[in-house]
Ligand binder design. Structure first.
Ligand code: ADP
Ligand code: MG
Length: 131
């Protein structure tokens, strides 16, 4: 997912180009917007963290771009590719280093397991579709 801050800052095209250069294939793309309730559900695992309210507010603050990506070992490959959660710690040239503006507004989301990738895709896509 390209998060609201990166969309608002005009980085959709640059981020998608970088993802493609990284060898990921786009299997589905959709521009959408999370309601507060959807953002709460999307990040439910973090509901007891001090930053949860602020994260939910920022994730529902504007449009996002959701995508399903394909690559060998895609989940781990993409997490490596985007860089560390905090842009300040992210690898030089990574998406989060280039386009993240804070640990919260870190430009992109990446699923952390195949199981969660399917659950998260179901927020935006009909998972009966053949990706
Ligand atoms: P990741 O997105 O790298 O998997 P986490 O699952 O730990 O990271 O956190 C989910 C999201 O919550 C992060 O991408 C970031 O937007 C936000 N976040 C994480 N840690 C903090 C923090 N300490 N303060 C504010 N926001 C945070
Ligand atoms: Mg995570």
């Amino acid at each position: 997912m390209i998060k609201p801050g990166a969309v608002a800052n005009g980085h959709i095209g640059a981020i998608m180009a970088k993802i493609a250069e990284g060898g990921f294939k786009f299997k589905a793309i959709r521009m959408s917007r999370l309601s507060k309730e959807q953002a709460e559900a999307f990040y439910a695992v973090h509901k007891d963290r001090p930053f949860f309210g602020s994260l939910v507010a920022s994730m529902s603050s504007g449009p996002i771009v959701a995508a399903v990506l394909e690559k060998e070992n895609a989940v781990m490959a993409y997490r490596d590719f985007i860089g560390a959660t905090n842009p300040a710690d992210a690898r030089e040239g990574s998406i989060r280093k280039l386009y993240g503006t804070s640990i919260e507004a870190n430009a992109v989301h990446g699923s952390d397991s195949d199981e969660n990738a399917l659950i998260e895709a179901s927020f935006f896509f009909n998972t009966m579709d053949q990706f």
